[in-house]
Design a protein around this ligand. Structure first.
Ligand code: BGC
Length: 769
């Protein structure tokens, strides 16, 4: 752990500059607006350790696969959201000396991420080697109103000298992905132009031909008044800049305003992109910093008005949940069905910015409750559009008859993960995609989705399971061999309980979906059966035979569901037996040692119990929780949230709280020593779940919302809002009472602790807790 950030309800604050923390801070203080994002690198030059990262949604690069030993079925490439030209750069020279925090004395350093307003701020005093002292105040934001615009105000005050200060404002396309497989650069430059007050670069990806144009304009104020200077125009092959220099006297403040437009060919025609970029930056320039900031802050207020969770009595917990919600809202806004949510969002390069099962398993519940239904619908349609590719992906592995295996990692539907134990074996992802359809319909009541888009995805997935599962003569049961469950600390295991469970559920739910479509829309039903060439009798007979005769490993002595067939052969150690110095074990142990150990990376059996909770009694849930929790290391970010929810379910509020802190402050306090690589964006939705579904006990039961609220001892109260089937409910919980305000929508009946209450529209209910 590394706890260097100050606790505050609305801001993330770093006081004092510690270069060793800088890469982690670059991740933590990242900005994004759904359309683009960037790490919190400095505007001015910095020769210390840094990962300069600028990313544009949907603009990716197929980097040629690199593996030690090629295996048939591996994809040709790994898709990466690529590091785009850096547009924030402003070199600052003080009397000819370059400002660089690695080379001057830094004091009064404060970096603040203002989450309420969506603004990154930084201030410090720098003493240059020539003795000149300057105060720097920098502020930037990526507009969530005009999502192609980024704005910076960078102010320098001369504290103890008269002399010259210059700004060299640039766009630099000579950038590289840190994770480039062959150390290649991915951009070609199409055109560069620098002129007085304006410059732009249009770059093209070497493969796939994505175009990006960035256009910058600027303005300088001295002590609040416009000042002009003749610009030195710089234009190089991959770089454009304007340098302007000013005379200052002691106490003068120069403020450099930089307005940049960032456009991609996802949204603009290639012939018009540079013209459009010029227009967008000109409009931003004319509107001005103040007006842009004002509308940006108002838009954030709007977002917070639905998605905020307020916790009273625990600043660390309050800050953490806001941080998680803030980052989710910065990453994905849901307007564009071509986009998805990379595990690191726009904050780093690990995982390539591509789509994982994380989206369906973790993010969907968050967006379902905090956004209009179309947002989640777009996430589902994204997979629907990739169904054909999932079928081709399965065909490459030998499956037939429309069986679909969705990729573990993808940008366009093609698999691009290339480790056999994950690519070929971590197939549970298929289940999460089916479950998300069910979850969406359960929450929104948009049953029509099944006939429109859902059913053919479900059929493809069920067909895959039906072929992937085989019959064991020895066991006289169906089995699923050679898989990796969510717990990636075991590979190539037989009968992973979670995967077997979700596979059977998929085949059963697909039949329910068929039934619904047949009854509600017979014409469409016939159309789907025909289009899929679905032999109902034969295919469902096999599915039902599997469902009835599937093998689920269970420990006979304790009745605990077994992770996989051989789990009890392992030496049964506890996480508490491990020396914390060697955690996370994946950074210290050899892989074979990890695989042979009983240590679990992330919720696995418990993940299954979480999804299908209604099938198990409380005793069974407790038994499994108490067995797996001590063996689980939570070295995947996706783990503690599920444990927290189940701990709340079994009434173990202390563990639920501990797991809540772990999931919510994972990056802020760097539990797994990896914040420098980027943030765990997708698990942030799990953090939200651990409050709403965990402490709040929110479930959808038979089409109605149900709450079973608990409250951690440290908290005076908490409240959250939920969009549910046309209602917006504001839920408040304290030790004494539970309140629900029906803010929007018609009258609604909900359950609180198993009692039903009707709440009329625009009215509220308060009951004793
Ligand atoms: C987890 C996977 C997850 C991936 C991306 C891995 O560490 O084990 O379940 O999909 O990270 O978040």
């Amino acid at each position: 752990m590394n706890e260097y950030l100050k606790h505050d309800e609305w801001c993330i604050i770093e006081e004092g500059f510690t270069p060793e923390n800088h890469r982690s801070s670059e991740s933590i203080f990242s900005l994004g607006n759904g359309n683009m994002g960037q790490r919190a690198m400095f505007e001015e030059q910095y020769s210390g350790e840094t990962l300069q990262g600028t990313y544009i949604a949907g603009v990716y690069y197929p980097d040629k696969t690199r593996v030690g030993w090629w295996k048939n079925g591996y994809p040709e490439y790994f898709a990466k959201v690529l590091n785009a030209p850096n547009w924030i750069g402003i070199d600052v020279k003080i009397n000819g000396e370059m400002l660089d925090l690695a080379k001057c004395e830094v004091s009064e350093f404060v970096r603040t991420l203002n989450m309420k307003e969506g603004v990154l701020e930084r201030s410090f005093v720098a003493t240059m080697s020539n003795g000149n002292k300057v105060k720097i105040e920098a502020k930037r934001f990526l507009s969530i109103v005009t999502s192609e615009v980024g704005v910076i105000r960078y102010s320098v005050t001369a504290l103890n000298f008269d002399g010259k200060i210059s700004f060299n404002s640039y766009i630099d396309a000579d950038v590289k992905n840190e994770d480039s497989n062959y150390d290649e650069k991915f951009w070609d430059i199409l055109n560069t132009k620098s002129m007085t007050g304006e410059a732009y670069i249009t770059a093209r990806t070497k493969k796939l031909d994505f175009h990006v144009c960035m256009n910058m304009r600027y303005k300088v104020l001295k002590n609040g008044q416009d000042v002009a200077a003749t610009a030195n125009i710089i234009e190089k092959e991959k770089y454009v800049a304007n340098t302007v220099e000013f005379d200052v006297e002691q106490d003068d403040e120069l403020s450099f305003y930089k307005y940049v437009s960032v456009l991609s060919s996802l949204n603009h025609s290639k012939t018009e992109i540079s013209g459009n970029a010029a227009k967008v930056s000109a409009t931003a320039f004319e509107k001005g910093y103040g007006a842009l900031l004002e509308e940006h802050v108002a838009a954030w207020a709007e977002k917070w008005s639905i998605s905020d969770i307020v916790i009273e009595g625990d600043v660390a917990a309050q800050q953490a949940i806001r941080f998680n919600i803030f980052q989710l809202n910065q990453t994905y806004t849901g307007e564009d069905e071509r986009l998805n949510i990379g595990p690191k969002g726009f904050t780093g390069e690990k995982y390539g910015g591509s789509t994982y099962w994380d989206t369906e398993a973790y993010c969907v519940p968050f967006y379902l409750s905090t956004s209009r239904p179309e947002v989640t619908r777009n996430l589902l349609i994204y997979r629907h559009k990739q169904l054909q590719k999932a079928i081709e992906n399965a065909e490459k592995l030998g499956f037939t008859n429309g069986a679909a295996l969705y990729p573990m990692v993808t940008m366009n539907g093609e698999e691009c993960h290339n480790e056999w134990e994950i690519t070929f074996e971590e197939i549970h992802r298929n289940g999460a995609i089916a479950f998300a359809i069910y979850n969406y319909i359960r929450h929104t009541d948009d049953q029509a989705y099944l006939a429109e888009y859902g059913l053919d995805v479900l059929v493809g997935i069920s067909r895959f399971w039906s072929q992937r599962i085989t019959f064991s003569e020895a066991k006289k049961k169906y089995v699923m061999l050679g898989v990796t469950g969510p717990n990636e600390y075991e590979n190539n295991v037989n009968n992973n309980w979670y995967t077997n469970t979700i596979a059977c559920w998929c085949m059963s739910y697909t039949q329910e979906a068929f039934k619904y479509v047949k009854e509600s829309n017979p014409a469409r039903y016939e159309e789907i059966i025909k289009a899929l060439n679905f032999d109902f009798e034969t295919e469902t007979t096999r599915w039902n035979d599997i469902i009835e005769n599937m093998h689920f490993p269970v420990d006979e002595e304790t009745g605990v569901f077994m992770q996989q067939d051989g789990f009890m052969d392992k030496e049964q150690l506890m996480a508490s037996d491990l020396d914390p110095q060697f955690r996370p074990i994946n950074q210290f142990w050899s892989w074979d040692r990890i695989l042979r150990s009983c240590f679990i990376k992330q919720a696995d059996v418990l993940q299954g119990i979480y999804l299908f909770e209604e099938n198990y009694d409380l005793e069974t849930i407790k038994k499994n929780y108490n067995f797996y929790e001590p063996r689980t290391l939570h070295e995947s970010s996706l783990s503690p949230c599920i444990h927290s929810i189940l701990a709340s379910k079994i009434g173990d509020i202390d563990s639920a709280y501990e797991m809540y802190l772990r999931t919510s402050r994972l990056d802020l306090d760097d539990y797994n020593r990896e914040a420098h690589e980027g943030l765990h964006i997708t698990s942030m939705a799990g953090t939200w779940m651990s409050i709403v579904e965990g402490f709040g006990g929110m479930r959808v039961v038979n089409g109605q919302l149900s709450l079973k609220p608990l409250i951690p001892e440290k908290w005076q109260s908490y409240s959250f809002k939920v969009l549910f089937r046309g209602n917006l409910l504001n839920i408040y919980v304290s030790a004494e009472e539970v309140g629900v305000i029906n803010e929007e929508g018609e009258d609604i009946s909900i359950f609180i602790k198993d009692d039903e209450y009707k709440i009329e529209k625009s009215s509220s209910l308060v009951i004793e807790n």
